[in-house]
Design a protein around this ligand. Structure first.
Ligand code: TRP
Length: 332
């Protein structure tokens, strides 16, 4: 039987996962498992870069993120779920890759630049934060991933990873490392409930997969629409309207949605009716996820992560051995 291609992706456990993660990547992962050899990584070391003085926060969220995975249907019998810090081969790989990328190239990275705007150390960026793309190249190449399901904001990181792969193979005259391709969902970026930039836990504008019925309802009530749309009969704007952005991402009847948009633009559809519809849509999606999440014990999560990390370490160590030998490091 031909070997299945590898799919790898990960999330930083700096908070619970939200609907932006769901449309950007989680639902793709569920769709891909079984057909591919899938790995999902809880990137605690990467998360530590922006939280090095608060490791407790990261440790707590490792379990929570894993619960989110299991709740949305990532199946540990089909997907290896593991913790980054438990796979030490990744950090040795990253060390070798550091030589293959310039500081200027890292400083120019759009993903890093954008993230820096939201971080407190803007002027004093640490080496750990700046080198994310290198550590991410280690994550991707350790498993010889062919596909990486991510949000579009991660594309520049995958580009750096592929540059490192090409340079490594060229400099050491080998083909041990493989280039990877991003897999994007049809919805590439979900706006926050404030209608501004992308949904993000640090901007406190996201609906979490683990939010209660009431919290979801209240967040949808507060969502940004069209400030000029005051009376039901006023014509309204779709562009920049967060409620429509969410309906675009989650409402399952595209023709029905087109009719609603036409009516809204003309005047005659109120924001509260629209929010009721969105609330029903999101509650239907998240209800079963929340229920499944509540039935998952901490012990189950710990077992899944332990078994997954052992398996991931074996694979990554094999690649590391190939990398050391390709470089030609001392060997007795
Ligand atoms: N950078 C990703 C995030 O922001 C997490 C991540 C770490 C990742 N390593 C990866 C994603 C490798 C894909 C592949 O959540």
């Amino acid at each position: 039987m031909p070997q299945k291609d590898v799919v790898l992706t990960g999330d930083r456990p700096s908070g619970p996962l939200h609907l932006g993660h769901y449309v950007g990547s989680l639902r793709n992962r569920v769709a891909l498992q079984g057909r591919y050899n899938c790995f999902v990584m809880v990137a605690d070391v990467q998360a530590l870069a922006a939280n090095f003085d608060n490791p407790q926060r990261i440790r707590t969220h490792v379990r929570e993120v894993c619960k989110d995975y299991l709740a949305v249907g990532i199946d540990p019998t089909k997907t290896t779920i593991f913790v980054q810090s438990r796979v030490s081969a990744l950090f040795e790989l990253a060390t070798y890759y550091m030589n293959l990328v310039s500081v200027a190239r890292l400083e120019r990275n759009p993903t890093i630049k954008e993230e820096l705007q939201h971080k407190s150390f803007a002027e004093n960026v640490t080496a750990g934060f700046l080198t994310h793309p290198v550590s991410q190249a280690a994550d991707i190449t350790a498993f010889k991933a062919r596909y990486v399901p991510v949000g579009e904001d991660q594309l520049p990181l995958i580009e750096v990873s592929n540059e490192i792969v090409r340079k490594f193979n060229r400099v050491y005259n080998t083909d041990v490392l493989k280039e990877a391709e991003a897999v994007l969902d049809k919805v590439q970026r979900l706006v926050g409930i404030d209608g501004k930039t992308k949904a993000s836990k640090s901007l406190q504008n996201a609906i979490f997969l683990s939010d209660s019925v009431d919290v979801i309802k209240q967040k949808i009530q507060s969502m940004y629409t069209d400030p000029g749309h005051i009376k039901v009969t006023d014509p309204g704007k779709i562009e920049g309207n967060a409620v429509f952005a969410y309906l675009d991402a989650f409402y399952e009847d595209p023709d029905g949605l087109e009719n609603l948009k036409t009516l809204y633009k003309k005047g005659g559809l109120g924001d509260s009716a629209l929010k009721t519809l969105l609330n029903e849509t999101i509650q239907t999606l998240l209800g079963p996820i929340r229920e499944r999440r509540q039935s998952i014990t901490d012990d189950t999560v710990d077992d899944v992560l332990e078994a997954g990390s052992i398996h991931a370490s074996e694979i990554a160590s094999r690649t590391l051995a190939e990398v050391r030998s390709a470089i030609g490091l001392w060997h007795p």
